[in-house]
Design a protein around this ligand. Structure first.
Ligand SMILES: NC(=O)c1ccc[n+]([C@@H]2O[C@H](COP(=O)([O-])OP(=O)(O)OC[C@H]3O[C@@H](n4cnc5c(N)ncnc54)[C@H](OP(=O)(O)O)[C@@H]3O)[C@@H](O)[C@H]2O)c1
Length: 428
């Protein structure tokens, strides 16, 4: 039987796992896909680099075009990362009729529509299961498992680094800077952690999930992003007292045909399954009109979990080839994108204020909420031992963002309000 030939772009963490699975599971993969799968060529930056897997020297190349222009290569598996140069290579591979499997969320979040359109034009497959939540098969689940349903909400813990930091802060009462430093020493956070801690990595993943869930082309710029670098151990402690855990949640919501999408640190009720997702684990909660609540949990990164998703895509491509259906049922958004306005986006809020500790202040504060028609679920006040100010914690009922912005603006100009210490979305 003629093997399907794979050109692997990248032999780092994920690429190494891909080689291990393809070589180690040959018999199973052949039976599942219908053909033997052979990794014929591998792109690396530096051929002389020491590797923790042995591959035949003559398969390695430092020139991507050796693979893209090789007529024997049927499928390009892209696990090298990068955006603009990688996009050029992907479009060139599709132009030559090669199918693509990629783990690259940056590429798919920024250029997904163009790449998917090219694939459709060429009758090729593009699969990207590993690009969101590494080892969790969430993309296939959204495309196929939920094809009968109408999804109204997707909430994801889709960045392991930030979940590790927030979990440590919660479990040990530690400060953000200390935990970040420790995460960097352990290799859970990059030396430049900006993309993770400021929420940009999660935003890219939510762009992909939102597009899949709501069948409209969500752009990265549609995602409102706030990271975790300003989350304090005090916020976490107050949250816990009130029954919440702080999690960096990506939230994509649809009401009628209007969509909102955001990434932000969120107070999640401890009884909600997302509150129990700890450490570097990922989870995606999906609410469908027919199915109700579902949640998918697992490793969001790492050599073998991520490679599992990549090779599953490879099996799907080979199976499609054997059935002669490549490119026939690729995912294509078919709905017009309509984003919610601030008047339409509504959720519960947690607000921590430092106010003057004297009679009548609480009444003034609650009056501001009433003026802007924001109703309150609970108000807690207690003196702060460290200074003469009182702390007030307010949890609102669902309030639209436009009204909340007006409330906060008014607080900024009130002499009795010394500081708006923190504001969080509340879920669960
Ligand atoms: N790591 C994870 O757990 C994970 C999870 C989900 C998704 N992903 C995605 O998977 C992709 C790969 O991640 P990774 O962690 O495996 O990266 P990595 O360990 O840094 O490996 C990258 C590989 O690509 C090669 N490479 C990079 N740029 C190249 C270039 N311009 N020309 C030739 N070769 C090049 C490198 O060659 P050398 O070996 O010679 O340096 C290396 O083998 C990224 O898009 C990432 O976002 C990773």
């Amino acid at each position: 039987m003629k093997p399907v030939k794979v050109g692997l772009l990248g032999l780092g963490t994920v690429g190494t796992g891909v080689v291990r699975i393809v070589e180690g599971h040959q018999h199973d993969l052949m039976n599942k896909s219908g053909s033997p799968i052979e990794i014929a060529q591998i792109l690396v930056k530096d051929k002389s680099k020491a590797r923790n897997i042995s591959v035949s020297e003559d398969k390695l190349t430092e020139n991507a075009w050796d693979i893209i222009e090789n007529p024997d290569i049927d499928v390009v598996v892209e696990v090298m990362g990068g955006i603009e140069q990688t996009k050029e290579l992907m479009l060139a591979a599709l132009e030559r009729g090669k199918h693509i499997v990629t783990a690259n969320k940056d590429l798919m979040a920024l250029h997904g529509p163009e790449i998917l359109q090219k694939a459709a034009d060429q009758g090729c497959d593009v699969m990207y299961e590993a690009s969101v939540a590494g080892g969790i098969p969430i993309i296939r689940t959204l495309i196929e498992g939920f094809s009968s349903d109408r999804i109204t909400k997707i909430m994801g813990i889709v960045n392991g680094t930030t979940n590790y930091i927030l979990t440590k802060m919660s479990q040990e009462g530690a400060a953000y800077d200390d935990v970040l430093k420790e995460a960097q020493q352990l290799g859970y956070a990059e030396s430049d952690p900006t993309s993770d801690v400021e929420g940009f990595d999660a935003a890219r993943k939510m762009t992909i999930l939102g597009t899949l869930g709501f069948h409209a082309n969500i752009a990265l710029s549609d995602v409102t992003v706030r990271g975790i670098s300003k989350v304090t151990k005090e916020d976490i402690a107050y949250g816990k007292k009130l029954g919440y855990e702080v999690k960096l949640l990506g939230i994509a919501e649809r009401q009628d045909e209007h969509i909102s999408i955001s990434v932000q640190p969120t107070m999640v009720k401890q009884s909600h399954p997302l509150a129990a997702v700890n450490g570097v684990f990922n989870a995606v909660y999906v609410y469908g009109e027919a199915v109700g609540e579902t949640m998918f949990y697992g490793p969001g990164a790492g050599e073998m979990p991520t490679a599992t998703s990549v090779v599953a895509d490879l099996v799907a491509v080979v199976r499609n080839s054997n059935l002669g259906v490549n490119g026939r049922r690729g995912f294509m958004p078919y709905k017009e994108k309509k984003l919610k306005t601030d008047e339409q986006i509504a959720f519960k809020n947690f607000i921590l204020l430092h106010v003057e500790d004297k009679a009548g202040v609480l009444a003034k504060i609650t009056q501001v909420f009433a003026e802007h028609e924001v109703s309150l679920e609970s108000v807690l006040q207690h003196p702060n031992q460290a200074n003469p100010l009182a702390e007030i914690i307010i949890i609102t009922h669902d309030a639209n963002q436009a009204s909340m912005n007006k409330v906060l603006k008014q607080f900024e100009s009130m002499p009795v309000v010394h500081a708006i210490k923190s504001v969080y979305r509340v879920e669960g």
